[in-house]
Design a protein around this ligand. Structure first.
Ligand code: NI
Length: 399
């Protein structure tokens, strides 16, 4: 079959659209935090159980799930991923579908991603019945993307012992892009990241006797200042690096010098080598500053999350998939936000889309903001894009 004939073949029917829209609204009203997506997982399971050809794979995880659809005959194995968790925020959008879970909100649109993937599954199931689907599609509903721990958890639970995809596709809604546009960006799209905790140990005592104490608060102050020089003095200005100290914890309510201060920080970059350099400088500055103030220091590093990076080969394929939805294929500047979808890249070639999710004329409300929402009609494109990504790989496999 030639490519143009395949364009726009699989679109949601009104009934299918209404079904996934209701699903999205239900998730939106019942958001759950990272690692606590119990009801969400159950709802996904219920939805999938109505499709007899879908197999739920036995991945031993508390939340999230992996499902599979097999077509008739030989074909590629393609993994599609959607994240399912919400954020600890209070929603300020007044609608009948407002969050009913106080202090928790789908402020990143993972409800949109989940509903889109379910829509994609409905389309692929139709393709299967039509004999247009060969091979295997693996559907990964990933928990705990916020905080970037969910992908690692699924991988460690044995995800890639159960599935062996030849490639992976993921997406994020992108509010600054209008509905009907899909961003297919080649190269680094989202930031590499390393979070850390810095512990500074001094020696506490009476506040009136500084000569008998070692004050970790003064040391922490010097450290915060010195760490600002990493970005301004050590990094090529043409590379983007962010180094933020997001928390300082330490002190006493009385006249007492404390023993210990803890700080939390994040370092991000689109360039892995710039991130290497920043990490190296942070290690030196923390150790030597502590030494200068007669303190002792320790750094606890979180797992390094690589950048979301789209290869030229995968970008070429992804553009075809995006075009098949009838959307405008476009580009956008990368973001210093992180995404643990990047961890799947060490198992199979991967591509990450941004899907326009603000209706023409509507005010753009960015991700993680209390007035954030996704345009319902963009669900059509989200669903079609997931399905098209599998169908395109089948097309390539056959040709
Ligand atoms: Ni997100």
């Amino acid at each position: 079959m030639e490519y143009p004939d395949r364009r726009n073949t699989y679109k949601l029917t009104t009934e299918e659209y209404e079904k996934i829209l209701a699903f999205k609204r239900d998730l939106h009203m019942h958001p759950e935090l990272s690692g606590k997506e119990v009801r969400t997982t159950e709802k996904i399971r219920e939805f999938l159980s109505e499709i007899p050809s879908i197999e739920i794979l036995p991945l031993p995880v508390n939340t999230g799930l992996v499902a599979r659809l097999r077509g008739e005959g030989a074909g590629p194995e393609v993994m599609l991923r959607a994240d399912i968790d919400a954020l600890p925020q209070t929603e300020q959008v007044e609608s009948p579908y407002k969050s009913q879970n106080p202090g928790v909100m789908h402020a990143c649109g993972h409800d949109f991603h989940t509903a889109s993937l379910l829509g994609g599954i409905l389309l692929l199931e139709r393709a299967r019945k039509d004999g247009a689907f060969q091979g295997t599609a693996d559907f990964v509903f990933q928990p705990a993307e916020e905080g970037t721990t969910g992908a690692r958890m699924m991988i460690d639970a044995g995800l890639f012992d159960l599935i062996h995809p030849g490639c992976c596709f993921g997406m994020h809604n992108w509010p600054s892009v209008r509905t009907g546009n899909i961003v297919c960006h080649e190269g680094p799209l989202m930031s590499a990241k390393r979070n850390l905790e810095i512990h500074i140990f001094g020696a506490g005592g009476h506040g009136s006797m500084p000569h008998l104490n070692i004050d970790p608060i003064v040391c922490a102050g010097a450290m915060v200042q010195s760490l600002q020089t990493v970005v301004s003095r050590n990094i090529n200005p043409l590379d983007s690096v962010v180094l933020s100290i997001n928390m300082i914890q330490g002190g006493s309510p009385v006249n007492l010098v404390v023993d210990r201060v803890m700080m939390k920080a994040t370092i991000r970059s689109l360039s892995e080598s710039a991130l290497d350099r920043a990490i190296e400088r942070v290690e030196t500055i923390v150790e030597k500053t502590a030494q200068a103030y007669e303190c002792r220091s320790e750094i606890l590093w979180n797992e390094r999350i690589p950048s979301v990076w789209n290869s030229p080969e995968m970008t070429k394929i992804a553009k075809e998939c995006a075009a098949a939805t009838g959307c405008r294929v476009t580009d956008a500047p990368p973001s210093l936000a992180s995404e643990d979808f990047s961890l799947y890249r060490s198992f199979a070639p991967s591509f990450f889309y941004w899907v326009g999710s603000t209706a023409e004329g509507d005010t753009v409300e960015e991700l993680h903001r209390p007035k954030f929402c996704t345009d319902d009609t963009a669900l059509h494109y989200g669903a079609q894009l997931y399905a098209a990504s599998v169908l395109e790989m089948i097309h390539i496999y056959k040709s």
